[in-house]
Write a protein that binds this ligand. Structure first.
Ligand code: C5P
Length: 256
């Protein structure tokens, strides 16, 4: 699962706001960090296990995802947000799989945006330049794609992977079409989404201060957009699927 000089340091943070318990080597202080929100309880597969922990090809989906960030040269450390009851078990999972970069586990929150904010707070001491947020259930992202969004975020401040729409998109209300949207301007957002650290922190804090409903906070880029800041789009790949349904899972099993 990648090579490099990084040792695994899985540090358990009892609360999201406590300082890192392990002092970091100076070399780790300027870096880009991956944030993997994985504190959702939902299993749209109908089972008891949240989908990010379902095993494919001998490892939980999230471990395959972490492997991609482990391999990516631009990433220095990874923060994973988990439900508190899953932290101990996940420490064991990390030990069982060869992830070489420092991984820090933080407690997730009630909503995805709370989990992201907890991870951003935990990242503060590392003073990252760029943070890259990526769904735990998108294990097929490539290291090149991760590097590409980081590169654009360095230039612009924020960048996401997205796919141009191929279907015609309709706006529908009460079962009736209200209008057809010009699909040439429609892109489907994916992750990873990369941001200058300070920008994403400010975007999250302002969304909270404005009491933005959590239903409007599922996409990190949208929080930056509402500040009036630019977000660049990097064309993604259709293979970067979000494993959500049993059909996606069956497809993922074929690929891995
Ligand atoms: O539910 P949805 O698929 O939109 O979740 C996206 C990601 O956010 C998942 O990886 C999920 O585990 C994570 N999440 C989280 N904290 C929550 C809810 C969801 O980290 N409270």
């Amino acid at each position: 699962m990648g090579s490099g000089q990084w040792a695994v340091i899985a540090v358990r943070l009892p609360t999201a706001h406590c300082p890192l318990t392990t002092p970091l080597p100076v070399a780790y202080r300027i870096m880009n960090i991956a944030i993997i929100p994985a504190a959702g309880s939902g299993s749209r597969f109908g089972g008891q296990i949240p989908k990010q922990f379902v095993e494919i090809a001998g490892a939980p989906i999230i471990v395959h995802t972490l492997g991609k960030f482990d391999e990516c040269n631009e990433i220095g450390a990874i923060i994973v947000a988990l439900r508190s009851e899953e932290i101990e078990r996940f420490e064991q999972t990390l030990k069982a799989h060869r992830i070489r970069k420092p991984v820090r586990l933080v407690q997730g929150g009630a909503e995805r945006s709370d989990s992201i904010l907890n991870a951003l707070e935990a990242a503060k001491e590392l003073q990252p330049e760029i943070v890259v947020v990526h769904d735990a259930v998108r294990p097929f992202v490539s290291t090149e794609q991760i590097s590409a969004v980081i590169g654009r975020a360095r230039e612009i401040g924020a960048a996401i992977l997205a796919l141009p729409a191929t279907d015609t998109i309709k706006e529908v209300e009460n079962g009736l079409i209200r209008r057809t949207i010009d699909r040439r301007r429609i892109w489907r957002a994916q992750t990873p989404q990369a941001f200058r650290y300070d920008l994403l922190l400010r975007a999250n804090e302002e969304a909270r201060a404005d009491n933005l409903p959590s239903a409007l906070m599922t996409d990190d880029a949208s929080l930056v957009e509402r500040l009036g800041e630019k977000v660049a789009v990097v064309e993604g790949l259709a293979s970067n699927i979000k494993i959500t349904t049993p059909e996606d899972l069956a497809l993922a099993e074929k690929f891995l």
